[in-house]
Design a protein around this ligand. Structure first.
Ligand SMILES: [Zn+2]
Length: 127
């Protein structure tokens, strides 16, 4: 499950180029820690120094959650606020997976709708 990069002008942050590797989160908001625990499952968070491209479609993504790898990849070229919003969105996918909604017959669009609205509410409430 993934989140499309929002339309608009994304200035490439110079610190992206200074990352030692894709797990170096120094300089990013404290919410962007290397891993999160979602109902007992460790979810790794990595920041890509380059844009995240969706396999198959070539679309530029704000982030992606891999169920198989238990890993969230964030597009490191986004502004910090957008990265935090994307983190919440991708964590919502991990949450839906952990509570079993992924195993239902919900459509991808329904998943995305839930994750986008839930993450917007988290951001609106907690920043
Ligand atoms: Zn998504």
């Amino acid at each position: 499950m993934s989140r499309l990069s929002p339309r608009g002008n994304h200035k490439k942050r110079s610190r992206s180029a200074n990352l030692k590797n894709d797990t170096d989160l120094s300089g990013y908001p404290s919410l962007l820690k290397p891993h999160w625990i979602v109902f007992g499952q460790k979810i790794k968070v990595v920041i890509s120094p380059t844009e995240v491209i969706e396999e198959g479609t070539g679309r530029i993504l704000a982030g992606n959650y891999s169920y198989l790898d238990k890993r969230i990849t964030l597009n490191g070229t986004l502004p910090p606020e957008e990265m935090v919003r994307t983190l919440y969105h991708e964590l919502s996918h991990a949450l839906l997976n952990r509570v079993g909604l992924v195993q239902t017959d919900m459509t991808k669009d329904q998943h995305e709708l839930i994750c986008e609205n839930f993450s917007n509410w988290i951001f609106e409430t907690f920043g």
